[in-house]
Design a binder for this molecule. Sequence first.
Ligand code: HSE
Length: 396
Amino acid sequence: MKLAVLGLGTVGSGVINLLRQNKDIIEERINGNFDITHVFARDNRYNLDLSGIIHTQDIDEIINSDVDLVIEVMGGIDFAYETIKSLLKSGKHVVTANKDMLAIHVEELSRIANENEVQFNYEASVAGGIPVILGLQYGLNANHITRIMGILNGTTNYILTRMSQDDWEFDYALNQAQELGYAEADPTNDIGGFDARRKTAILSRLAYRREIDMEDVAVTGIEELELTDIQIAKEAGYTIKLIGLSEVQDGQIDMMVTPMLLDTATQLAKVDEAMNAVYFNGDAIGETMFYGPGAGSMETASAIVADAMYILSFGFIGNTVTEGKAPIAPQSFARKYYVRVEESTTSLENALDSNFFEVVYSGEEGTAFTTEPVTMEDAKAQLKDFNVQAIYPIAD
Ligand code: HSE
């Protein structure tokens, strides 16, 4: 079998290293041989030994080659999309980690792959090294999934862990995350919550088998999250994590990425550093959790090479396509909230029903309180006369 790799960055170099390092077990398990015959990349910044491999900057050379399977890890949207479309149409299996592109084009590319009887796999696009897509598509396939809740971005989890545990400055923590190879090329996708939003959309589509528009995932990043709220929450028994949440109630789906308060005693609250974790709730399984590395060169390569091995073993088995748009009810479910306002406790007591809120902090930073379950719209209405400094949901 002939393989091509598009992109030689952090992940691409991991893929080539892993294919070489574990060639013995890979060939044994796929019951055949493979060779990396082509690489498409502008440069070779990790100085990989490419002897015996055609290193090209002409993508047509790969599209028109007799390569069986192409691994796309170059990132970016438009060029990757056009390239994958051509590869699928030319009868090549494709494995990608490209969540930015998938969040927009996964449906169309999956259909094209099916029409051309080739496989299009993307395990590494969500939660890096955790086989969460395989787990969802096969392991949990007999369930109606009712909720997905997870830490889906390693960079922000690393930043929040260091801020919360060691009082690191935000910028220093981000810099370290970049050095460790966790962050996106443009880290605003990490800290703005957009990376987690794409992953939430990809998982929701597979969970509900409905088309998901990623714009329907409400997004709040961690740029505005203040150390003060991390500390107040900690004192009150909560840990703040950036959470991707996708929930079904009465046939409606509500999806969001937001900093969320988690009871410190829960497992998700203990997922630290750059680790990821995803909970799935289903009618048969109840609740199940996947935990592991969500980013990194070899960690992500593990998922990519496993996808490739699956295809090299079984060939075309069909790609999941969905029917119709998901019924969306954005931010309409009642939730408890953590709120901090500039005003005093007395002002709150004068304006709000005492059963509605419980004060957890009062001092120089204003008043912080937790609420009874309320929709976002109702919360905003109740708080319209206050200067709200922070408002984040609290996990059940
Ligand atoms: N920037 C991403 C993260 C990489 O930090 O999780 C893996 O998708």
